[in-house]
Ligand binder design. Structure first.
Ligand SMILES: O=C(O)CCC(=O)C(=O)O
Length: 272
């Protein structure tokens, strides 16, 4: 077994992997920022694109299929891989937005933990800009209790946070340069602090799963097959985006979000 994979299995994460050159990361960032500028008077469309990026933005779909990401993901999940979601996590310069300690799989309504997140940096992720922090080995237990806070500056949908205390001294800073990525397990404890730098902190999170996983509800949700085959048919396999925020894709994404909300917001006393 590769040394990095042994470390991933032991700690629940590994970084850094270089995915593309810094110039390519800058190009992706420019495309994202052009999109943000185009939709600056339409915050709903911008929010939809940021949150469902691989379904609505063609260049993001391409990133999710790039071999530099898929190769290590295959080492973890095997040859057959779906993308369940991909979204940008953006922190503006000198803002208080943060991400509380949490485990990703808590509210995703999936039957197992055959999942890995690739987090690709499109700007520098440093301690100052609020890079992610992981707690080594925290993925080996089960999902622990979370409570909702709905804190205004928490970037998670329900401001959920672990009920157990995390010793900050145990945490590892996930420092990444533009074009590098980290991989993390869906049960690893992680979070991130505010961006105190003068630049935006931009990361693209891609949620890869194996096709044998299922939602815990009867309805199928959407996913895209990016490697191998799907012999289980537990998800609606959707095509590549037809264009930038294509109306048919938007309609499909909205249907999918309505289904996902039944578990993503289950038990919450208000909407995100
Ligand atoms: O971008 C961040 O700081 C946190 C992202 C995160 O929680 C995730 O990708 O699972």
């Amino acid at each position: 077994m590769d040394a990095w994979l042994a470390e991933y299995k032991r700690k629940g994460y590994f970084f850094p992997f270089r995915v593309f050159r810094e110039a390519t990361a800058n190009q992706c960032r420019s495309e994202l920022e052009a999109l943000e500028s185009k939709f600056r008077h339409d915050p709903d469309s911008r929010k939809l694109a940021i949150g469902q990026a691989n379904s609505l933005i063609p260049f993001v779909d391409e990133i999710t299929r790039c071999e530099a990401i898929l190769n290590p993901v295959r080492e973890i999940l095997g040859p057959d891989i779906l993308v369940w979601n991909s979204s940008f996590f953006i922190k503006e310069p000198r803002t208080t937005d943060f991400i509380s300690w949490h485990q990703d799989l808590t509210y995703w309504g999936l039957t197992d933990s055959h999942e890995v997140t690739a987090w690709v940096a499109l700007s520098e992720a440093s301690v100052k800009s609020g890079c992610m922090k992981f707690v080594p080995g925290s993925h080996t237990g089960s999902i622990v209790e979370h409570r909702d806070t709905f804190a205004q500056n928490n970037l998670l949908s329900r401001g959920q946070e672990l009920v157990v205390d995390v010793n900050e001294e145990d945490a590892v800073d996930v420092v990444l340069q533009p074009g590098e990525m980290s991989l993390h397990h869906g049960q690893v404890f992680h979070g991130s602090n505010a961006n105190q730098s003068n630049d935006r902190r931009i990361g693209l999170a891609i949620r890869y799963i194996t096709p044998d996983m299922q939602q815990t509800i009867d309805e199928k949700t959407d996913a895209k097959l990016v490697s191998g085959i799907d012999e289980f048919h537990h998800f609606n396999l959707t095509d590549k985006p037809k264009g930038l925020l294509d109306p048919e894709d938007i309609a499909a994404v909205k249907r999918d979000i309505a289904i996902k909300e039944t578990f993503l917001m289950a038990g919450a006393d208000r909407k995100s």
